[in-house]
Design a protein around this ligand. Structure first.
Ligand code: ACO
Length: 402
């Protein structure tokens, strides 16, 4: 093929690696995964410890800066994020242009892309301080935008951020406060959502983060880079899986239908996969799934929710873990398998599940974008291909074609 004749300038070869399963696209000091042993570290800290002891905003600081903050550093960071939570009023006009029943992920993608029309003109990407500020703006504004998208989709007026609340609680208030009065928010709900945000905050070079880096490698601004990440996240093979899992569990409906769902997933002709199962990197239990599984029981118990879908999920997990097809292919529940059940118990609408993921992952995306901007080895991302098309031929005039 013609493509093979064009060799890499240094090595003389390039690799054919669909899905980049064996390709490292960068060096990164942010997140470490050992997929065979189910290990996940953010900046060296085990996810289990961060989930138990930290908060989402502290984790966002850690991912961005590389170290846990001192009290003073955290105070300054929180203050800065809080200071940037407001949206420009013109965003309303932009938001109101979407169809009222648009999916919130569609709106979020558009709204984030539009941030560059408000904050790009005077942004000098060569200045590290301006880069940092852009990252802070994204972390601060994503919950405000996400809540606004949701409220618009259900016809409720947009709420301003209450800046005396902490990050996750503030988001829940903006999203859920009813038009007629204040919201009584159960602290269990805030705490559980904050923990889910920690678990979703980063995951090295996944599809959406790689997308952010690919766009960022061209010198494009961070707002459009992150908007591209949101678009990549939406796919059901990636972050869209949490919404797809809940829909699947609802369709299965009852524990007695679990086996036929497993059988259908094994049948390649069916085109059906068990959503929330399998992972490119984890060939053992996803450590985040372990935490969420435990948390699901705890949160549902604390909130007094008795969701029959939990029983369906548990039976599905058990059936898959004892099935040769899933065992041989090392297909274990991933982070999204149980998260939908918790989101549902927390009163988060199904179409907002992937938006939750996007809010949390923004911390990872901006950290990777910042790391990339400082990386002397950063080059424009430009994969090659194996050309399979026609060999050279002559143009024929339209009248001469058969
Ligand atoms: N159900 C049934 N079979 C599956 C599943 C599944 N969920 N996942 C993988 N397989 C099978 C494949 O058919 C393939 O079988 P084969 O070897 O006989 O051809 C084998 O397992 C390997 O699968 P690949 O698609 O090659 O694995 P890949 O690493 O490319 O994909 C992915 C990983 C996308 C996560 C896949 O497992 C999947 O589609 N899972 C369901 C969607 C999902 O839960 N996505 C969320 C991932 S986590 C995240 O992004 C936050």
């Amino acid at each position: 093929a013609l493509g093979i004749a064009r060799l890499h300038k240094d090595t003389g070869y390039y690799t054919y690696d669909p899905g980049f399963g064996s390709t490292a696209s960068c060096r990164s000091a942010i997140t470490y995964i050992d997929g065979d042993n189910g290990v996940l570290l953010y900046r060296g800290y085990p996810i289990e410890q961060l989930a138990e002891k930290s908060s989402f905003l502290e984790v966002a600081y850690l991912l961005m800066h590389g170290e846990l903050p001192t009290k003073a550093q955290f105070g300054a960071f929180e203050h800065e994020v809080t200071h940037h939570t407001m949206m420009h009023e013109a965003f309303r006009t932009f938001l109101y242009g979407f169809r009222h029943d648009a999916h919130p992920m569609a709106m979020l993608t558009g709204m984030l892309g539009s941030l560059s029309s408000f904050y790009y003109n005077d942004l000098d990407l060569r200045d590290p301080e301006q880069r940092r500020l852009a990252a802070i703006r994204l972390i601060a504004k994503v919950p405000t935008i996400a809540a606004a998208c949701y409220r618009y989709s259900i016809g409720w007026p947009i709420r301003y951020p209450k800046n005396d609340l902490e990050y996750t609680t503030r988001f829940l208030h903006m999203m859920k406060e009813v038009p007629s009065g204040p919201l009584e928010l159960n602290p269990i709900v805030s705490k559980a959502l904050d923990l889910l945000f920690i678990l979703h905050a980063d995951h090295e070079q996944n599809a959406s983060t790689s997308t952010v880096r690919l766009v960022g490698s061209t010198g494009a601004n961070p707002y459009v880079s992150v908007a591209a990440g949101v678009a990549a996240l939406w796919g059901p093979a990636h972050g869209g899986a949490n919404e797809a899992v809940l829909k699947m569990l609802e369709e299965i409906g009852d524990a007695k239908h679990v086996q036929s769902a497993v059988d259908k997933a094994k049948d390649k002709e069916s085109g059906f996969r068990l959503m929330g199962f399998g992972h490119r990197v984890y060939k053992n239990f996803d450590p985040r799934a372990k935490i969420i599984r435990e948390m699901t029981h705890k949160v549902l118990g604390e909130l007094g929710v008795n969701d029959p879908l939990l029983e369906v999920a548990l039976r599905l997990e058990e059936a898959a873990l004892h099935d040769d097809y899933f065992v041989q292919r090392k297909l274990y529940p991933n982070v999204d398998f149980y998260s939908g059940i918790i989101y549902k118990a927390l009163g988060i609408p199904t179409e907002m599940f992937t938006v939750m993921f996007a809010i949390a992952r923004t911390a990872g995306w901006v950290s990777h974008w910042l790391e990339q901007q400082n990386d002397p080895e950063n080059r424009i991302g430009r994969p090659r291909q194996i050309y399979t098309g026609a060999t050279p031929r002559d143009y024929s005039p339209i009248d001469a074609r058969a």
